[in-house]
Design a protein around this ligand. Structure first.
Ligand SMILES: Nc1ncnc2c1ncn2[C@@H]1O[C@H](COP(=O)(O)OP(=O)(O)OP(=O)(O)O)[C@@H](O)[C@H]1O
Ligand SMILES: [Zn+2]
Length: 460
């Protein structure tokens, strides 16, 4: 035996196998890269074809769209126009869901869905592209999956982002028509100005409670949103669905009508709702059509010599947020407020005498109430002094009843801690004049209660 290891055939075989594996892996990498390149080429070609070379419908499309192709207003040429069109739906909520659904059904070739938000349980009664299974997912992913299931012949592009002055022009540019299915004034102005700057029609809808509205801006010489509303409404005059409520069927009606207007614009048909406002009263099942003022010669954005040639800060312009997420208003000084923890530990649990008033609407109060039997006096009744005397009497009655020298403190609560601050602000001078202890509000309202005190307390 020598000290050298024999060159065994087993070692050679291992080396061979290792080399073979490496070669195969390299091959796969190269093929994958080639595949990726081909996929990109195919995408680009399809895009080009969709834009420029759509001259006929395939058999699936003929069958799928036959019931609308038969219409004299559409025909094969109209269907091809729909196929070539690109529509951006901004907002995948109450209006965006039905409108995207009908646009996808009708065969709009490319539909963009833009939204920054995620699906919540409170959305499902009206945002019917989303389901229990997609709660927690982004709204755009949820909507895209639902629309692709409905129609695999079209392209759905999702944009999971908030539309802002920085990104709006780039995001809107590739589309022919824009559908405003959002829920706040700042985004409405932003969309209007961006559409005017890009020369695109804007199909605008809104729905609240049992009513809805619809019009088309910036279409064939018709007015834009700014022509009609040069200045934004005061923030206090604006109510959203989260606060005012909305019936799902109402958003369904308006969203479907937005899809209809979009389709007519794409087809270049007559009768587009430009320069007119459609009002829908769901309680009476009545539609009204109002003539709007024409384009304003001095409009800041759409006139011959606009003063506004760049997008601005719309949240600042409107004095309102461009989202409806819990926006914490800080109206009061810290000493005018109390945390839900302090209220819970030192007043409710300690059994100390106090008065708690819940300033939500009666229907919200009926849904859920804090422990300790709060009294319900809606914020409107407080602001308009319809029931302020009642509050004072209740406090003074305790003095007489308990034979104490001082009336107990008053605490005010609402859903998110905004209205309760308005109530404190309104009541404070009156309380001072009557020598009553200063009222305080529960910071963050019921939402803070669920977060810090009782996770089982319903959130809406
Ligand atoms: N600037 C924006 N950029 C992107 N998406 C927006 C913008 N403003 C509003 N949206 C979206 O528009 C949609 C409006 O729909 P809707 O009001 O029905 O939904 P919601 O906000 O989920 O409702 P709720 O008020 O009941 O919480 C929302 O999904 C919201 O995220
Ligand atoms: Zn204008």
């Amino acid at each position: 035996m020598t000290g050298e290891l024999p060159s065994s055939p087993a070692v050679t075989a291992t080396e061979d196998s290792e080399m073979e594996i490496e070669l195969l892996e390299n091959d796969i990498r190269r093929l994958r890269k080639q595949l990726q390149e081909k996929v990109q080429q195919l995408k680009a070609l399809k895009k080009h074809f969709q834009k420029n070379c759509i001259t006929k419908l395939n058999n699936d499309e003929i069958a799928r769209y036959s019931r609308q192709i038969i219409l004299s207003e559409i025909g094969v040429q109209g269907q091809l126009k729909l196929k070539k069109a690109a529509v951006l739906v901004v907002g995948a909520g109450g209006l965006g869901c039905p409108s995207a659904l009908y646009l996808a059904g009708s065969g709009i070739g490319r539909i963009g869905i833009l939204d920054y938000d995620e699906v919540e349980l409170t959305n499902l009664h009206r945002q019917l592209l989303h389901t229990e299974a997609t709660v927690g997912l982004t709204k755009v992913a949820s909507a895209q999956a639902a629309l692709e299931q409905l129609n695999s012949q079209i392209e759905i592009v999702s944009h999971h982002t908030q539309l802002t002055s920085e990104n709006a022009l780039n995001l809107l540019a590739p589309y022919d028509v824009v559908v405003d299915a959002t829920d706040n004034v700042a985004t409405r102005y932003l969309l209007n100005d961006a559409c005017v700057m890009l020369g695109k029609p804007l199909v605008s809808g809104s729905a609240l409670q049992l009513e809805g509205q619809l019009t088309v801006y910036n279409h064939r010489g018709g007015p834009c949103y700014r022509c009609l509303y040069p200045t934004p409404p005061p923030p206090a005059a604006v109510t959203n669905c989260g606060d005012g409520g909305v019936l799902g069927a109402i958003t369904g009606v308006i969203g479907a009508l937005q899809a209809l207007e979009t389709i007519k614009i794409v087809l270049a048909n007559d009768g587009v709702l430009s320069g007119r406002l459609l009002l829908f009263d769901g309680q009476q099942s009545a539609f009204r059509n109002l003539k709007l003022r024409p384009r304003k010669p001095g409009c800041a954005v759409c006139s011959e010599n606009p003063t506004l040639t760049q997008l601005i800060d719309y949240e600042q312009f409107c004095g309102m947020k461009a989202t409806d997420k819990d926006s914490a208003l800080t109206l009061l000084a810290p000493e005018e407020r109390i945390s839900v923890r302090e209220y819970h530990d030192e007043w409710l649990m300690a059994g100390r005498k106090h008065l708690l008033i819940d300033v939500r609407s009666a229907s919200q109060y009926e849904m859920c109430q804090l422990p300790g039997s709060p009294i319900n006096i809606p914020i409107d009744d407080i602001i308009h002094d319809r029931r302020t005397e009642e509050i004072v009497e209740k406090l003074l009655a305790t003095v007489a009843h308990e034979q104490t020298a001082a009336p107990p403190p008053l605490y005010l609560v609402c859903r998110r801690g905004n209205d309760s601050q308005l109530a404190v602000r309104h009541l404070e001078p009156l309380f001072r004049a009557r020598n009553l202890p200063a009222p305080r509000d529960l910071i963050g309202g019921l939402h803070a209660w669920t977060k810090t005190i009782d996770p089982a307390f319903p959130i809406y």
